[in-house]
Design a protein around this ligand. Structure first.
Ligand code: ZN
Length: 73
């Protein structure tokens, strides 16, 4: 059963298990509201008040789709 569970993991899910908020260092989840900053760091909106311009913001799942850089992971 354990093997089936691992095989059912998509690439996106694998990536999600690695991507952590740059502020609180907790894992980012699909439905979290995030900022993407100029260094392509992903930060929870609740953890961060932008001082500089952010590149994008929104639900992480949507931000992830927009930027091909995440696909390389
Ligand atoms: Zn955070």
């Amino acid at each position: 059963m354990n093997d089936v569970f691992i095989l059912s993991f998509t690439k996106e899910e694998e990536m999600l298990n690695r991507l952590k908020c740059n502020a609180c260092h907790k894992l980012i989840k699909y439905k979290d509201f995030v900022y993407l900053d100029m260094l392509n760091s992903v930060i929870h909106q609740r953890c961060y008040t932008p001082i500089f311009d952010v590149k994008d913001k929104g639900i992480f799942q949507e931000v992830m789709k927009k930027y091909p850089l995440f696909e390389e992971w």
